[in-house]
Structures are given as C-alpha cells and as structure tokens.
Ligand binder design. Structure first.
Ligand SMILES: Cc1cc2nc3c(=O)[nH]c(=O)nc-3n(C[C@H](O)[C@H](O)[C@H](O)COP(=O)(O)O)c2cc1C
Length: 144
C-alpha cells in the first residue's frame, strides 16, 4: 500500500508528528510505502497515487480549522471514494478541544471521501508518547 501523511500546520507540530510517525510506520512496515507532504504545497492535488491519505491538522481560533487547512480543503476536489483518515492536534487547555476535527471530517465527507476509522486526537506538544499513541492508532487503521 502507498500511504500519505498529509499535514496542514500553523506552528509545525502537525509536520513534526507526521514526519516521526511516517518514519516509525515505515520501519515497522517495509512492505508499504510512506510519504509525507505539506498541504500548503499540495493545493489542487487529488492524491490519486495513494491508497490511503492520513490527514494531520490542528485546531486554532476557538475550535476552528487552521488557515492552511481551510485554504487547502477549499481547493480540494476529485477525492470521491478516496480513503482518508484523520489526526487532529489540539490542547485540552482550550475550551473547544480539537474542535476542527468534526469540521474537517464533515468537509471530507461532503467532498465524497471515505473516512476510515475514528479520528485520533493529540493533546499538547509532540513527544515520544504522543508519537507512540498515534502509531498504535495508525496500526488499527492499516489493519481495517
Ligand atoms: C492561538 C492558539 C489558539 C488555539 N486554539 C485551540 C483550540 O481552540 N482548540 C484546541 O484544541 N487547541 C487549540 N490550540 C492548540 C493547537 O491546536 C496546538 O498547539 C497544536 O499542536 C498546533 O499544531 P500546528 O503547529 O500543527 O498548527 C491553539 C493554539 C494557539 C497558539
């Protein structure tokens, strides 16, 4: 399988998680191919080359999508039937914890993408524990 970690970030955390997760998954699954892309440089693409896109993005501004994510999704098309899974970064110190997750999910469904599994939420700064938890979730996604 060819799997893409596609991140839309404002302060770099989604990028950091995507890179570390991709490395970890690639080491565990030499039979699959993993790539990482920045959504900001991928506008207008429909990711037809990939069997699965794991979209990694964050919540800002009182429970909303970050601006890079919003702009990217506004220009996304041609993803009918394409498989997406979702990782949402946020922080429980904010009232609307990971509020963007439902919004991104709704937008992807509206575009006709097929959502695989339950979105995974990541609280706070990226450390080894967060990467390991996300890898356990990603294993479940690959198995399903
Ligand atoms: C100004 C600001 C607003 C934020 N608003 C929220 C929020 O409403 N809900 C939430 O869960 N996290 C919120 N966060 C936390 C970010 O989602 C978190 O730091 C995330 O790791 C950032 O990821 P990124 O660097 O990929 O953009 C906010 C952070 C900042 C700095």
């Amino acid at each position: 399988m060819k799997i893409l970690f596609l991140y839309a970030t404002l302060s770099g955390n989604s990028a950091m998680l995507s890179e570390q997760l991709s490395e970890k998954m690639a080491a565990a699954h030499p039979d699959h191919q993993f790539e990482v892309k920045d959504a900001d440089n991928s506008k207008g693409e429909n990711f037809a080359d990939f069997d699965l896109v794991i979209f990694v993005t964050s919540t800002w501004d009182e429970g909303n999508m970050n601006l890079v994510c919003e702009e990217f999704l506004d220009q996304l098309s041609g993803v009918e039937g394409r498989r997406f899974a979702l990782i949402g970064l946020g922080d429980t110190s904010y009232i609307h914890y990971c509020g963007a997750v439902e919004k991104v999910e709704a937008k992807l469904r509206e575009l006709g993408a097929t959502l695989i599994g339950t979105p995974h939420k990541v609280d706070g700064f990226i450390d080894d524990d967060r990467v390991n938890e996300a890898a356990t979730w990603a294993e479940g996604i690959l198995a399903s």
